[in-house]
Ligand binder design. Structure first.
Ligand SMILES: *Cc1c(COP(=O)(O)O)cnc(C)c1O
Length: 456
């Protein structure tokens, strides 16, 4: 009988030869062979050698309900069997309509128009184009510059990279990018005053400011509170500049509310609260002036199954594109815009938020993480242990060379799939955390950390 060739070693070797992996130095692939995953089971991934790993980063922050969610499987299979795809110019379909209506309802009607893209970066591109085109249609074509924040991440296509400030992703391509005005990140003291000065200085030239609400993800899970976002909204309104909230990572319940922005709409602190009816917060009426002009969703919107992004915007923006003139309409399209299978998956995600007690469960899950990881704050090499909803992070001091790689490799031996950002270790797990799971995670992270630090 032939040996089964589908082992970790054979698949990793074939992958190394043919697949160019993202965000990966391919020269390191012998030292860090990619794990050939063959199956998902809840938060667990199982590799070709039959070993399992807890997916502590939710398949690059996309997974919400685990890797084998039956509801999502059925929604996708049903749609694939009836109508997989039609063009969304000249045609429409129920999954796209239901998704747009569902998202509008979640904003209390404030963001009533949904434009579909394929991934996070394209959502950023769409919002930037829409904002500048809006001002052009308003007779202000000179309003076409953008403000981004230090350490912000909005994707890696050229337009999105222009408003991204993460040197490792940006430096090699800097000559290809559009100039953007950079303001301090919101967790920095004095950020608002600096942003206000920049807005005044750019008077009449700035189309939009783009921000990651509550958590700057890719630059290392830097967190700020909702107050500064409320102030930012007011500043942008005052200066006639669009506010783009990039909720690609923090939307879809990650911070405890469906949209992270909802934390700004009510005065009481939500984070870590275990008091129901926490989840009803999103039903609070809000006027459209309290919301950003654009909200971007992607990652979690299909529960980690299929690529989709959505740009939500207001009546004001939408109405400015209505005209007998085609060139005043919004001009952006891709072949799979509003793909029906993908929209059906997203509708199932929304249904889960609407019809189950998920939003009531999330604070309990966040609380379990908090309790389990609290002792780590006493670790002599751990600083800045922090958490917002279902994102927990800490920094490691004197972490040494290649810390992220060594931590990732050591974690594999503890059944943990985790990829630190530099010396920042973070967890962004699927919404399947109970107290014993959180305790197990904390123990696995601590054992990994001690092993890595002992070997350094
Ligand atoms: C991941 C991410 C993006 C880009 O999304 P892709 O689907 O990877 O292009 C944009 N903004 C934020 C905040 C993200 O976390």
């Amino acid at each position: 009988m032939a040996l089964n060739p589908l082992t970790n070693a054979t698949l990793a070797a074939r992958s190394r030869a043919a697949v160019w992996h993202p965000c990966t130095q391919m020269a390191r692939l012998d030292a860090v062979p990619p794990l050939p995953m063959v199956r998902g089971d809840g938060p667990w991934l199982i590799d070709a050698d039959g070993r399992r790993y807890f997916d502590a980063t939710s398949a690059w922050w996309t997974n919400l309900f685990g890797h084998s969610d039956v509801g999502l499987q059925q929604a996708i299979a049903r749609q694939a069997a009836t109508l997989p795809h039609v063009m969304l110019a000249g045609c429409t379909h129920e999954p796209a309509i239901e998704l747009a209506e569902g998202l509008r309802a979640l904003t209390g009607g404030a963001l009533g128009h949904a434009f579909f893209g394929s991934d996070g970066a394209s959502a950023t591109e769409i919002a930037l184009k829409m904002s500048a085109h809006f001002w052009r249609n308003q007779g202000q074509p000179q309003k076409c510059e953008f403000i981004a924040l230090a350490g912000g991440y909005h994707g890696e296509t050229l337009g999105a990279l222009s408003v991204t400030d993460v040197p490792i992703f940006r430096d090699a391509y800097a000559p290809l990018l559009r100039a953007t005005h950079l303001a301090p990140a919101l967790h920095e003291p004095g950020a608002l005053a600096a942003i206000e000065r920049l807005l005044a200085q750019l008077d009449g030239r700035c189309a939009a400011l783009i921000v990651e609400p509550l958590i700057q993800g890719a630059s290392g899970m830097r967190m700020h509170g909702p107050e500064v976002l409320r102030a930012l909204r007011a500043l942008c309104t005052q200066h006639g500049v669009h506010l783009i909230a990039d909720e690609i990572a923090v939307g879809c319940g990650r911070t405890g509310t469906f949209f992270a922005w909802e934390h700004t709409l009510a005065p009481d602190e939500v984070e870590g609260s275990t008091t129901p009816p926490f989840g009803l917060r999103y039903r609070r009426p809000a006027t459209s002036t309290d919301w950003p002009d654009f909200v971007l969703l992607s990652k979690g919107i299909t529960g980690g199954t299929l690529p989709l992004s959505v740009v939500l915007t207001t009546d004001t923006v939408f109405n400015a594109f209505l005209s007998p003139d085609v060139a005043r309409g919004f001009l952006h399209s891709h072949s799979y815009t509003g793909n029906a299978i993908v929209c059906a998956a997203a509708c199932e995600v929304l249904r889960r938020f609407r019809e189950t007690d998920l939003l009531q469960q999330l604070p309990r899950q966040a609380h379990a993480l908090r309790e389990a990881f609290a002792p780590l704050a006493q670790h002599p090499r751990v600083t800045a242990l922090r958490q917002t909803g279902m994102v927990l992070a800490f920094d490691v001091t004197d972490s040494g060379e290649r810390f992220a790689e060594r931590f990732h490799l050591a974690a594999r031996r503890h059944e943990l799939l985790i990829r630190p950002i530099g010396a920042t270790v973070y967890l962004m797990p699927p919404y399947l955390i109970d107290a014993p799971t959180a305790q197990w995670l904390a123990q696995a992270v601590r054992a990994t950390l001690d092993e890595v630090l002992a070997g350094a």
